[in-house]
Design a protein around this ligand. Structure first.
Ligand SMILES: CC(C)(COP(=O)(O)OP(=O)(O)OC[C@H]1O[C@@H](n2cnc3c(N)ncnc32)[C@H](O)[C@@H]1OP(=O)(O)O)[C@@H](O)C(=O)NCCC(=O)NCCS
Length: 325
């Protein structure tokens, strides 16, 4: 009997503080930075984002999302035998946010580690968990994307600070005789490190470089549109399926124009695309599991449907996971 992995529960969490574009524009105006709802909506499709309170860390958001996913899967934290957290905004340099989450869940002993692939982090983490389940190294994995991107935003740079938000999404991925995850396709190209990065570090107790997000928006846009189509096609090919088999596209929620362009290339109407960027902004590794959970809980996504998850982000990294729910 072949061993597969399938998602048995989803969960997500947004911190309560919601900032509309008008709220953010008013805050930025106090710093002498000019922006508008019209500009942000027109260029990105973003209407609002959520920011975590200063004492709330990625592991806190991850905990809330994880509790919901575990409840939806009908299991307990003690049943989880692998924890992977995708994040670029960890609580600490070390230990991993996954270990901190494990402690907060009260689930001790199972392997727990972080995956760092920025906005592709969740598809990377899901692919790793799937592989570990298929080899028998794990049976019930908790896979989380959690971010507090508000901590690394440069609020004097209007070209980036209006784009991102905080949040977390989680899934329970379980060993199964039925597929589940059908195929995955991951890539990276480190020659594009400089177009989207936080070029800082700590050394000897000092911050070295600049610990705030830098982005060449147009370069990112062009690269993203090209690689997302390629990853989608490669994943479909591996599974022996075509565009027509996709019930839902769940792309990384960075910009509505990137999503529209990907959907068009895959000949999918926007009615088959889960879109949460308007209310969430870009929550990096959290964006795909947040969108997935939104689709499931709103009743749009139904059991048995075929989903294509796609991520793209700093590194440059990109990838896709095709699955049957
Ligand atoms: C960031 C992005 C929205 C910018 O849109 P753009 O059309 O490329 O805009 P530009 O950077 O060329 O700027 C156009 C003008 O708007 C201005 N502008 C930039 N940010 C602004 C803001 N928040 N409010 C008002 N005006 C702004 C610029 O100063 C520029 O003005 P100028 O023409 O007078 O110089 C777009 O490049 C993008 O979405 N890139 C992909 C980003 C992304 O998805 N990143 C995450 C990937 S994981």
């Amino acid at each position: 009997m072949r061993r597969y992995s399938r998602i048995t529960g989803t969960g997500s969490y947004l911190p309560p503080r919601r900032l509309s574009n008008e709220d953010l524009a008013a805050e930025l105006a106090q710093r002498g930075i000019e922006t508008s709802d019209e500009w942000i909506v027109g260029r990105t499709g973003i209407h609002a984002r959520h920011f975590a309170a200063p004492d709330v860390a990625s592991s806190d958001l991850a905990l809330e999302a994880s509790k919901k996913a575990i409840e939806a899967a009908g299991c307990t934290p003690q049943d989880i035998d692998l924890i992977i957290v995708a994040t670029s905004t960890p609580d600490m340099i070390f230990p991993s946010t996954a270990c901190i989450l494990q402690d907060k869940l009260g689930a001790h002993g199972c392997p727990a580690f972080d995956v760092q692939a920025v906005c592709s982090g969740f598809v990377y983490a899901l692919t790793v968990a799937d592989a570990m389940i298929k080899t028998g190294a794990a049976s019930r994995a908790l896979v989380v994307g959690a971010e507090v991107f508000s901590r690394i935003l440069d609020f004097s740079d209007r070209t980036t600070c209006v784009l991102f938000g905080d949040g977390a999404g989680a899934v329970v991925l379980q060993a199964s005789e039925q597929p589940g995850i059908l195929a995955a396709d991951l890539h990276a190209d480190g020659k594009h490190v400089g177009i989207l990065c936080v070029p800082g570090n700590v050394s000897g107790g000092n911050v070295l470089g600049d610990p705030l997000l830098k982005m060449d928006g147009q370069a990112v846009f062009k690269l993203a549109v090209g690689v997302l189509e390629k990853a989608a096609r490669a994943t479909l090919d591996k599974a022996g399926l075509t565009d027509a088999d996709i019930d839902w596209l769940i792309p990384h929620q960075a910009n509505i124009r990137i999503m529209q362009s990907t959907a068009k290339k895959l000949k999918l109407p926007m009615e088959k695309v889960i879109v949460t960027v308007g209310e969430h902004g870009n929550t990096s590794a959290a964006s795909i599991p947040l969108a997935l959970d939104h689709g499931v809980r709103s009743g749009q996504i139904q059991p048995g449907q075929t989903l294509l998850l796609e991520g793209v982000g700093g590194g440059f990294t990109w990838g896709a996971v095709l699955l049957k729910l």
